[in-house]
Design a protein around this ligand. Structure first.
Ligand code: PLP
Length: 272
């Protein structure tokens, strides 16, 4: 559908995710990305992290009942065109989000299965991994990095693109969702992404969009920015392939631009 439905001109996009007070990842990145793609951004905070570009010092999970209050306050008043889910923290948070999703059924639901930060710090308790896996069939698009993809299919991480696509196929089969297989963590000069769906929802089972690696250390928050962008553009265009073809060059540009940022002494944020 080329013409957006009334009111979707500026899609109303909710991020359900954790806070990164240093502004690089989490809801801070999500809100910047949603705005960059012409959406109206909202954020219900699952977790407070104390972190900077060097890593996560502490995580505080507010009571799940308070997350439920945030979610209900939003959906009681506002039509939500798309939801992006990021850091969930523990099984209590996952159960709360699940109950709310089953009630509200947002038209676009992108799930970034955040488990471990690039710094190696855990963002999801290990005991909650099964609950996260059970949440995946509620998503329309799942955006794991290669380590998360491997973990979700119960295999070793792949360094070959063909191996990653095969795992993407398994995850798509297991969930019925579309999986965005991301080449960002491959070694080598190529950085492809692919949409994989085995339920006939796309024009082909695998739609690959090639790309070249952007050499930068400033990639903190890339996954958050990508999943929020996909949710926002999908709400506008209603076509995952068109959304990826719009978002992928934007993200490469943002990574290229990150050298202009002088933020922190560690793995700096992507600039957008
Ligand atoms: N902090 C929060 C709140 C996040 O949601 C995420 C990733 O999704 C990260 C940190 C990790 O970001 P990165 O792995 O890009 O450093």
């Amino acid at each position: 559908s080329a013409r957006p439905a009334a009111g979707r001109d500026v899609p109303r996009v909710l991020s359900i995710a954790g806070s990164d007070p240093s502004g690089g990842a989490g809801i801070q990145a999500d809100l910047k990305s949603i705005a960059a793609h012409g959406g109206y951004g909202m954020a219900a905070i699952t977790a407070l992290t104390a972190q900077n570009t060097r890593g996560v010092a502490a995580v505080h999970l507010p009571p799940a009942s308070f997350l439920a209050s945030q979610l209900d306050a939003i959906s009681d008043d506002i039509t939500i065109d798309a939801v992006k889910i990021g850091m969930l923290g523990d099984a209590g948070v996952i159960a709360t989000v699940r109950t709310w999703l089953e009630k509200v059924r947002p038209a676009v639901m992108v799930l970034d299965p955040v488990m471990v930060a690039t710094s190696g710090d855990r963002l999801l308790q290990e005991s909650a991994e099964a609950a996260l896996r059970d949440l995946l069939p509620l998503a329309h698009l799942i955006t794991p990095n290669l380590a998360e993809l491997a973990m979700l299919v119960g295999e070793e991480p792949q360094d070959s693109w063909a191996g990653a696509l095969e795992q993407g196929r398994k995850l798509a089969d297991a969930t019925g969702a579309t999986v965005l297989v991301k080449g960002g963590h491959l070694s080598g000069a190529q950085c492809p992404d692919a949409l994989v769906n085995t339920a006939g929802l796309l024009r082909a089972e695998v739609i690959e969009v090639p790309g070249e690696r952007v050499a930068t250390r400033n990639s903190h928050g890339t996954g958050c920015s990508l999943s929020s962008a996909m949710a926002t553009v999908q709400a506008r265009l209603g076509d995952w392939e068109a959304a990826l073809r719009e978002v992928k060059p934007w993200l490469a540009g943002a990574l290229g631009d990150s050298a202009r940022l002088e933020v922190g002494t560690g793995n700096g944020p992507v600039h957008h």
